[in-house]
Design a protein around this ligand. Sequence first.
Ligand code: ADP
Length: 163
Amino acid sequence: MSRAVYPGSFDPMTLGHLDIISRLTPLFDELIVLVSSTPNKKYLFSTQERKQIIEDCLKKEKKVRVEIWDGLTVDYCEKNKIPILIRGLRAVSDFDHEMIMANMNRRLKPKIETFLVYASAQFGYLSSSIVKEVAASGGTLTDLVPEPVEKALKVKFKGEVKS
Ligand code: ADP
């Protein structure tokens, strides 16, 4: 069975994340979306909330599973015998960080390979942070996030988000 892990904070999931998931899912028997948190970083949604929102967005994707993991992604991969870790690349600004992570992960677990996937052009500017900024200022989220995320953001920002 071919499996891959797509790890991230997903705070919250955007259409850019969803695009990577729908493009990659057909290539594997199972894709695990791994919701993680970095210590000392502040999140808008708890890990449980992020997991639930992603599951709501992916109800029709039978080959995708969502899990929470607090440790290193490569430890999750090794524990579950998954040799592929997927990350997305939007612009040159993502490259340094992703290269450092990929090299460190290979040093930690040489058998786990990082696959870097280019963002689709229309989502190259899209990030969870920009979505939160727009939502906090009451801007429209159309074409930026899936419906369950729009709803959750409306709740967080008390209905100030326009649709
Ligand atoms: P992290 O904090 O681990 O970077 P994110 O949720 O921000 O978590 O991103 C998870 C992964 O998805 C990263 O590899 C990131 O580069 C990728 N990603 C984020 N936004 C997009 C997008 N718009 N298009 C494609 N990939 C994206």
